[in-house]
Design a protein around this ligand. Structure first.
Ligand code: OAD
Length: 243
């Protein structure tokens, strides 16, 4: 199914990074101190306590920086380098797909790697709206040490989509369009619980694409999958991608 598709999309969630050591959202290890992601990743949480939210993001950035792409990221990067027919759409805010592509020596154009939920390594100004990449240190010692905008001095916030916020319109539209003209959709490591991102898979299914799910647990897509492979991404993907 994957080899025969003239256009294919890959839709990934936090499970694809689990074997790199990044905790999934709803699985064990998804807690930081006593907080759940749903309690910290909201505009209200940031308004109430920006220091706490930045501290959490600083911890997650450090964690991801110490992790490396696993065999699943690397197999997907090889497939993308081998075939221009493949577009990867991720809900993840880590940078492990990009790093896998770089390690493979193939610069994948941004049009073929669509991020729906932003990135841990981007920031946005709460004052003037400027946004860009940021990999520098973060000190959440006090409100005045938090990252500030070079342009207007406003407070910077993480460049990720929080609960209750809109997804970047351009990225979502491109994702739905490419999924809606695909012949195969490989879904890896996502429970499918979060919309509108999960709508990407339904757009592919509505277009007649074969849905292939790789996940050791139950997912919301199991009922529409042509094939469900109940296994871990890093074990399954290297064996099934048409390379
Ligand atoms: P979830 O925690 O909901 O789902 C993770 C999925 O990964 C589950 O289905 C697990 O069974 C599966 N999984 C665990 N280990 C795996 C492995 N080794 N290989 C493959 N799969 C594995 O996380 P997401 O579906 O990513 O949104 O969550 C979607 C969105 O919800 C996130 O992007 C985030 C969150 O709210 C935002 O931050 C906006």
């Amino acid at each position: 199914m994957l080899a025969g598709a003239r256009r294919a999309v890959v839709f990934t969630g936090s499970g694809v990074s689990a074997e790199s050591g990044v905790p999934t959202f709803r699985g064990a290890g998804g807690l930081w101190r006593e907080y759940r992601a749903e309690d910290l990743a909201t505009p209200g949480a940031f308004a109430r306590n920006p220091r706490l939210v930045w501290e959490w993001y600083a911890w997650r950035r450090d964690l991801v920086m110490r992790c490396a792409p696993n065999a699943a990221h690397l197999a997907l990067a090889r497939w993308m380098a081998a075939s221009e027919a493949v577009t990867l759409i991720t809900q993840n805010v880590d940078d492990l797909h990009e790093r896998a592509c770089e390690q493979g020596g193939a610069a994948v154009p941004p049009t073929r790697l669509i991020r729906l939920h932003g990135s841990l390594f981007e920031v946005r100004c709460t004052g003037c709206g400027w946004s860009g990449g940021y990999r520098g240190p973060i000190s959440a010692e006090s409100e005045v040490t938090l990252p500030q905008c070079d342009r207007c001095g406003g407070l910077l916030r993480p460049g990720v989509v929080w609960f209750g916020e809109e997804l970047p319109e351009d990225a979502l539209n491109r994702a739905i369009a490419v999924a809606g003209s695909s012949e195969a959709c490989l879904v890896v490591g996502t429970s499918g619980a979060v919309y509108p991102a999960a709508g990407v898979v339904h757009a592919a299914a509505a277009a007649g694409a074969a849905i292939v799910v790789v996940d050791p647990g139950e997912t919301a897509f199991d009922g529409i999958a042509a094939v469900k492979l109940s296994g871990r991404a890093a074990e399954v993907l290297p064996g099934i991608l048409p390379l």
